[in-house]
Design a binder for this molecule. Structure first.
Ligand code: 13P
Ligand code: SF4
Length: 311
């Protein structure tokens, strides 16, 4: 038996990615939950807000988006003249698929006095219905910028929506969507970790349920988590309530910290689909190109631009 062709080593794959990147005039944007091997070839690592900002301002002709579909789609809407590639075509976000845009439109029509805020984890069609788009990094600021008595429809994440409207829950309609990874986190799991690591702070993503968020020392987007760990004392322990891949990202920032996952079951399978070979193949074959119909993109862009205008 013989192996046809040459099996590339990791170093050779990385070399090819860097060469193709130069040839194509590409930038590689990588979400904080991606596998460490992919994070290592990223030009920019970040959360949804940071990567959207980068997609809007980059001079590169080609954006390789290592994340899930809604992230690459948002980049395409912001930079329609650029080629945006998603290395794994079917890397999606189940929460984004929990909204039927027609049903959200119908809800909006029944509440004409409401402002519709959609979390960035949503499809372009859903964003096209929205007045505002937000990420977990600026949802609170967007809600706080609205008059106290403003009626709000928040979709699709009911946990994030409940969290950012907790001081004004009246006049708020939450879409019953959730992130399957964060939604299953429980207070009992967090309490067990707190007993095991007394004194360790607990940091969590706002996609977790309200009762878990209320027990936290810090509620942060993934970008906020990177900033938070920079403030911790040397060699301390931190309990982390988010997608498991975040640990390798945090280790890049603060390798001295002892990170403990709050829950044993927090792997986002979609975020783990992209491997180095997919990034190489995306650049080799210029695949998989994101296309958003012009009329939907134009409507979605208004809400996304409001998101980018909010710190
Ligand atoms: P961030 O915007 O905090 O990076 O979160 C994206 C996400 O999908 C969380 O599950
Ligand atoms: Fe979607 Fe949750 Fe995965 Fe984030 S972690 S991409 S919200 S399924």
């Amino acid at each position: 038996m013989e192996i046809a062709g040459h099996l590339q080593t990791t170093a050779e794959i990385i070399d090819e990615i860097n060469e193709l990147k130069r040839e194509r005039g590409a930038v590689i944007l990588v979400h904080n939950y991606q596998l460490e091997e992919v994070q290592r070839v990223g030009d920019i690592l970040g959360d949804s807000l940071g990567l959207s900002r980068e997609a809007a301002r980059t001079d590169a002709h080609v954006i390789v988006f290592c994340g899930v579909h809604f992230m690459a789609e948002t980049a395409k809407i912001l930079s329609p003249e650029k080629t945006v590639l998603l290395p794994v075509k079917h890397a999606g976000c189940p929460m984004a698929d929990m909204v039927e845009p027609e049903a959200l439109s119908a809800l909006k029509a029944r509440h004409p006095d409401a402002v519709v805020i959609t979390y960035v984890n949503s499809t372009a069609e859903t964003k096209a219905v929205a007045d505002y788009c937000c990420t977990s990094a600026n949802a609170q600021q967007i809600v706080d910028s609205l008059p106290r008595d403003q009626k709000i429809i928040f979709a699709p994440d009911m946990n994030l929506g409940a969290w950012v409207t907790r001081h004004r829950p009246e006049n708020v309609i939450l879409w019953p969507g959730y992130c399957p990874v964060h939604h299953r986190m429980t207070v009992a799991e967090v309490e067990a970790k707190r007993r095991e690591y007394p004194g360790a702070p607990f940091m969590v993503h706002p996609e977790a349920p309200m009762e878990v968020l209320l027990t936290a020392d810090a509620v942060e987007s993934t970008g906020g988590m990177v900033k938070y760990v920079k403030t911790l004392p040397e060699n301390s322990t931190l309990i982390v309530g988010t997608e498991a891949g975040m640990i390798s990202r945090l280790k890049m920032e603060r390798p001295d910290i002892h990170y403990v996952l709050a829950s044993h079951d927090t792997v986002c399978a979609n975020m783990k689909l992209t491997r180095l070979t997919h990034v190489r193949d995306a650049l080799r074959h210029m695949r998989h190109e994101i296309v958003v119909p012009g009329e939907i993109a134009d409507r979605a862009r208004r809400s996304i631009e409001r998101m980018l205008a909010t710190p």
